[in-house]
Design a protein around this ligand. Structure first.
Ligand code: MOS
Length: 763
């Protein structure tokens, strides 16, 4: 065992190496754009240089003279596709802005033409020679630009039904002994996955195969079929590996149906690999947000009043909002709570999901304000979380299924050496470097959605698992294989896993950190069907359930699968009794509280996600405590982060190795969201400026010398058969606040607008 593959603690699976490790490091893993096609046409996008206005005309004469050009598709000759519906409003699409439909321009970087050529190089050259004449209007870029419109999110969005509130905030705040009122801001960020937004479309008669990196193959399949007006059974999406996604590949972007329609018209495969800068505008991003937090507390630190107001940028046509108040109003005990989320429209592409969409900006505001309150109270910030800890969320009074927040603070503080902190700001230094220690809470909802699986078990003890899950770097192959191995009582090495293909049984979007919980629960359910068949053959006259319970623990609590290998099934005897050599089962699983139409919806690529705060009689979240040391140079104000410690509890840990990687990556991204990452917008043109990996600042190894991940044992039997809470989006929450809290401790300066750059610190 190593740091990267920690020794499992209670209620953790084994740290088996990644199922896909060898394929990836040897280059055998085939990503969408790697798939060889017979006689493809290459597509290259032309995008709008204005953010608002209309196209007057195209001059394609020179472009068409480039040798190898096949066709140039614009709104003047494109096929009319059905209008898509936004995914966060009950549809499949990342945006309702439909390129190549009309001359209207809704945002900078909108697709205005697609050049098709015999080679990529010819398509690119011709694309640069396409001349577009526009009539441009003055666009509205962001907050404070003239022309924005703001409205309450509630009522605009099907997925944003309430502004959580309880008690009488105004009165309680007025009467509070200690008060904090502060405003915070977070910037635009783009996912910048390593894998670009590629799409290859291949028609065979009236059947379409799409090779595209996707977090949701069933969603994409149904979405494209819908836009093209064909039967979803005629569409297959294949993507065994996704080179990073972080939310950007969860909903259908406009490019896919466009490329499919062009391929149909040309009668040959079409391959598109959009460029890095085009990815900034043809897909989604994390929108900039603003917050006002008001906290009232007693002199003992107990919260008496909390109000969180958030505003988020969206596009003109689409109401998109992450609405993180659902989390921030429920985290700490407080009898009087109010909240309000607004959507502010500008001439921008539609934003979308990006790793922990609600929690990254909203928890930054809350956890910064909590630190400000601790300072005002002259109270240790961990102690402040302790006195406000709660086993019931304050809005609906529902109990947390489990909550190990304080245990995370205890373990994290010990590992970090929090006790060595002098609570006075500017009190710790090392030569020219001011030292600051900061901490913050992270939490993320435990979410699950219906899923199906097919499992085949052979007499020789080998198994094959099929489920349309997604390997987005999350370790999906590995944990799905582990779930089957543990439940069937066979070695991990004997399990083959097939995912990333819409011809496999449906799994939900790999988003909202639900994948491991949903896919493993489905796999466990189907493995139990197989066990039941084998038991029935072995013990035809027995009461199956009782017998199974005492023999091999069919109805065991979710966390003790490992115990089953103590009593392995006698496969030879079971298969003899059955009279076959292979058993195969298909099964569908739905979480408690999922609606009646769950399974129908699942096959149609519609997610019925449950969990988090949406459960009827309880609430389920994973928690963590994060600690950051910063060093700020006294003279240059350069900010360094020599170390981060995060302690997390997320129910059953399927694999400490893959979980460790997820959490470590999250901490680094969380730190980066405080200090590095921001998409700069030119307010005059509503245009992204640093739309490349050279200018979009991301952390490198030298930015994070030490990142320590601690995983606590936690057992939760109230969430799903896998006992898994999910942790893909847990660690990058709150880190931004912990960094700013540490900067305050080092310098006495409170930075409320991200990212923190050295010019924001005063002498
Ligand atoms: Mo994630 S933003 O839920 O893909």
């Amino acid at each position: 065992m190593s740091m990267a593959a920690p020794e499992p603690k209670a209620n953790m699976g084994q740290s088996v190496p990644r199922y896909d490790a060898v394929a990836k490091v040897t280059g055998r893993a085939q990503y969408a754009a790697d798939v060889p096609l017979a006689n493809p046409a290459y597509a290259y996008l032309v995008t709008s240089s204005i953010a608002k206005g209309r196209i007057d005309r195209f001059d394609l004469t020179v472009a068409k003279q480039v040798r190898g050009v096949i066709d140039i598709v614009t709104h003047e000759n494109a096929e009319t596709l059905k209008e898509p519906k936004l995914s966060s409003n009950g549809g499949y699409a990342s945006t309702t802005i439909q390129p190549l439909k009309s001359p209207e321009i809704a945002h900078e970087g909108q697709i205005v033409a697609v050049v098709l050529a015999e080679t990529f190089e010819a398509a690119r050259e011709a694309a640069h020679l396409v001349k577009v004449s526009y009539t441009a209007a003055v666009p509205t870029a962001t907050f404070d630009s003239p022309g924005t419109t703001a409205a309450r999110a509630k009522g605009q969005l099907s997925q944003f039904k309430e502004d959580p509130a309880v008690g009488d905030f105004a009165k309680a705040f007025e009467q509070a002994e200690v008060k904090v009122t502060a405003s915070y801001e977070t910037p635009t960020q783009h996912h910048n996955s390593m894998e670009l937004f590629a799409t290859s479309c291949v028609w065979n008669g009236d059947s379409l195969t799409i090779y595209e990196p996707s977090q949701y193959v069933y969603g994409l399949k149904n979405a494209v079929a819908d836009q093209l007006g064909i039967d979803a059974d005629k569409v297959r999406v294949i993507n065994p590996y996704v080179g990073g996604a972080f939310g950007s590949k969860g909903s259908m972007t406009p490019r896919t149906a466009i490329i499919a329609s062009i391929a149909r018209r040309l009668g040959r495969p079409v391959k598109l690999v959009a460029t890095r800068d085009q990815g900034f505008t043809i897909a989604t991003y994390r929108a900039e947000t603003r917050h006002v937090i008001q906290i009232g507390a007693g002199s003992d630190g107990r919260l008496t009043a909390l109000r969180h107001e958030g505003a988020e940028i969206s596009s003109r046509p689409d109401a998109y909002a992450v609405g993180g108040t659902k989390t921030t109003t429920r985290l700490y005990a407080c009898p009087n709570v109010a909240s309000l989320v607004s959507i502010v429209r500008a001439d921008r592409n539609t934003p979308g999901f990006m790793r922990s969409p609600p929690e990254v900006p909203y928890m930054f505001a809350l956890e910064s304000a909590m630190d400000e309150l601790a300072v005002k109270l002259n109270m240790d910030p961990i102690e402040l979380r302790r006195v406000n800890d709660t086993s019931k969320e304050p809005i609906g009074g529902k109990p947390y299924t489990s909550r190990s927040l304080l245990a995370c603070y205890d373990e994290g503080a010990k590992a970090f050496g929090w006790a060595n902190r002098n609570s006075q700001p500017k009190s710790m230094s090392d030569g020219d470097w001011l030292i600051g220690y900061g901490c913050a809470t992270t939490c993320y909802p435990t979410q699950m959605a219906p899923a199906a699986a097919r499992v085949r078990l052979q007499r020789d003890g080998r198994a094959r698992v099929e489920i349309a899950g997604h390997e987005i770097g999350n370790g999906a192959y590995t944990v799905i294989g582990q779930a089957a191995a543990e439940r069937l009582g066979i070695p991990f090495e004997k399990v083959s896993v097939f995912i990333g293909d819409s011809d496999l049984p449906p799994a939900p979007v790999a988003g909202g950190s639900n994948s491991t919980a949903s896919t493993c629960s489905a796999v466990i359910t189907v493995c139990d069907q197989i066990r039941r068949r084998l038991f029935k053959a072995l013990m035809p006259d027995e009461n199956l359930v009782d017998k199974a319970k005492e023999t091999v623990g069919l109805a065991q609590p979710p966390s003790t699968q490992a115990a089953q290998s103590d009593r392995p099934l006698d496969l030879d005897r079971a298969f003899d009794a059955l009279g076959v050599s292979v058993v195969e089962e298909y099964g569908e699983w739905k979480p408690e509280g999922a609606p009646m139409d769950s399974f129908r919806a699942m096959h149609k690529g519609e997610v019925r996600m449950v969990g988090g705060d949406k459960m009827s009689d309880k609430i389920a979240y994973a928690f963590g405590a994060e600690f950051v040391e910063v060093r700020v140079n006294r003279w240059t104000h350069e900010i360094r982060v020599p170390r981060i410690v995060g302690a997390f509890a997320a129910g059953h840990i399927m694999n400490p190795r893959t979980s460790h990687s997820q959490l470590m990556g999250g901490l680094i991204w969380g730190m980066s969201s405080a200090l590095h990452e921001a998409t700069e917008i030119d307010p005059r043109y509503a245009r992204y400026v640093n739309d490349n990996l050279a200018d979009y600042l991301m952390p490198v190894n030298a930015d994070v010398p030490s990142v320590e991940v601690i995983m606590l044992s936690e057992q939760d039997d109230h969430i799903n058969p896998a006992g898994v809470k999910g942790l893909g989006e847990l660690a990058n929450v709150g880190t931004n606040a912990a960094v700013c809290n540490a900067i305050f401790h080092a310098t006495g300066q409170r930075i409320r607008k991200l990212p923190v750059r050295l010019e924001k610190l005063e002498a």
